[in-house]
Design a protein around this ligand. Sequence first.
Ligand code: BCO
Length: 565
Amino acid sequence: AKPAGRHFHRNHQFCTPLTLADFEAINRCEKPLPKNFNFAGDVLDQWSQKEKSGERPDSLALWWVTGKGDEVKWSFRELGSLSRKAANVLTKSCGLQRGDRVAVILPRIPEWWLINVACMRTGLVFMPGTIQLTRKDILYRLQISKAKCIVASEEVAPTVESVVSECPNLKTKLLVSPQSQNGWLSFQELFQSASEEHSCVETGSHEPMAIYFTSGTTGSPKMAQHSQSSLGIGYALCGRYWLDLTSSDVMWNMSDTGWIKAAIGSVFSTWLRGACVFVHRMAQFDTDTFLDTLTTYPITTLCSAPTVYRMLVQKDLKRYNFKKLRHCLTGGEPLNPEVLEQWKAQTGLELYEGYGQTEVGIICANSKGQEIKPGSMGKGVSPYDVQIIDENGNILPSGKEGEIALRLQSTRPFCFFSEYVDNPEKTNATIRRNFYVTGDRGVMDSDGYFWFVGRADDVIISSGYRIGPFEVESALIEHPAVVESAVVSSPDPIRGEVVKAFVVLSAPFKSSNPETLTIELQDHVKKSTAPYKYPRKVEFVQELPKTITGKIKRNVLRDQEWGRA
Ligand code: BCO
C-alpha cells in the first residue's frame, strides 16, 4: 500500500504538478478545480523543488525586519523545511489532528507565517486574530469556534490565561516567546527538537482551511470559513493583474495578521507568484518609520489602507527616494480621488485601488495597465460577474445606484467563503435570487467601472476596519454612565469615517464633565473590545430617535452626521 502523503499526491503521481497557468485557468473557469489541493504541497513545495533542482535560484519567500537590526530571510526551501518542523510541533507535540481549529493571535513575527503554513501541511484550520483582541473577544472566539489550540505571543498570553477555565474545548496553549511560561507549551523549545521530515496531508479542494471573524450590523462577529482552494487558488489572477507580481518582486502588504488582507497580500497572491513577502514588525504605525522603510529596502510593491496614504500625503514625499517602489495598491475602504492625485503628484506613482470582502476576496480592481478613473474601484475581477442590483434581485442599468452583488451560476464559485460556521440563516441571508449581496451600495458606469457609495447596513468602515455598531454599543452599555447608545459612522478627513457614539447618560453622570467622561468611555471601550473600534467621537444626548416599536433609528443619526437630508 502507498503511504498517504505528499509524495503520492494525485497531482504529482499521475500528471505534472499544477502550474501557475493552471491556477489562472481555474480562476477563469477554463479548467475544473482539482479534487485535491494543498497550498503548501502544490505551490510552496513546487517553488522549493525548483530551487533545489536549480531551475530557479534560491529566492526569498519571506524577508522580515524590525527596524532595530533584527532580520529574518528565508528562501522557499528554508520556508519548506522550517514549516515542516512547525507542522510536527502542531501534530506530534500538541497532539492536534486534521480539521482541528487553531486560534492564532500573534503580531507580525515570522512564526505567524510558519504556523500558517504548518496548518496547511497538517490540515488544521487556521483562525487568525489581531493582537488588539481583548479578554471578551478572545473568550467569544474560543468558545464559539470550539478551538482545540491557541497560539499566542507573550503580550496576549495573560489575557488567554484569564479565560481558559471557561473554554472546555481548548486542549493546548502554545506560546511563541523566548521565555517559557507555566501551563504553556513553548513553541521555540519544541521547534528546536522537531524533525524536518513531514508528509503534507492531501487536503480536498473544498476542505476548510481558515476561519475569519467578520463583523455585521447585529450580534457578535460571524465565522466566515474559507476552503483550501478559495484562498489557495483564488488569488492567482489578483496576484498577476492587480498586484502585478513576478518572482523578482518584493511585496510589502501592511495589513495586520488578523485580517484576510494579510492572507491575500502577505501569503497567497505573493507566494503563488513566487515573489517575496516583506514584513516590518512595527508595534505602532508611524509614518516616518514607514517612509524610512521604503527608502531602505528594495520594496517594489506596496499595499496599504487608504488611511495610510492619507497620512503619508501630509508629508513632503518629494524628499524621499523610494529605492525600488514601482507599484502601489490600496483597499479595505474607499480611496478619495484627491489622495490618489496627491500621491501621484508627489511620487510619480499611480495608486491602484481594489475592493473586496473577507467573505469573497477581491471583487473589483484597477488592474495594472488599465486606465484609472480616480474615485472608482475599478472593474469586476474574474471569475466574478459583478452587477448592481435592486432589492428584488433585478440588475440595474449603468448609472443607477443599487447593491453591489455577484451573480451565481448553478454552483457556488470556488473562491467564495464556504459558509458562516453554524449559522445557516446568516449564510442564506447573503443570497438574493441568483446573487450574492455584498451589503455595499455602488454604481457601475457605462465603461464597467464600479463606484462605491456606502454600506447598505449600519456597519462602519473606518481606517479599513469593518466595525459592527452593536459590538461598540454592547461595550458602552457595560459602563454605569450609559443608559443606551447608538453608534454610527461619521466623516473623518484621515480615516474616511470614524465611529461616533450618541450616548444617553444615567442620572448620576448627567452633570459630569463631558470631556472627562468622553475619555473615560473611550478607554472603557478600548478595554472591553478591540481598541480599533473605540468611538473617536462621542455626543451626549437626551434621547435617541426611535421607531414606534422602540427600535433605535441609527440611519437618522448617520444621515445627520453626513449632512444628508
Ligand atoms: O488612534 P489612537 O491612538 O487614539 O488609538 C489607536 C491605538 O492607539 C489604540 N490601541 C491599540 N492598542 C491598544 C490601544 N489602546 C489601548 N490599549 C491597547 N492595547 O487603539 C486605536 C487603534 O486604531 P488603529 O489600529 O487604527 O491604529 P493606528 O495606529 O491609527 O493605525 C492606522 C492604520 C491605518 C495603520 C490602521 O488603522 C490599519 O492598519 N488599518 C487597516 C486595517 C486593515 O488592514 N483592514 C483590512 C481588513 S480586510 C478587508 O478589508 C478585506 C479586503 C478584501
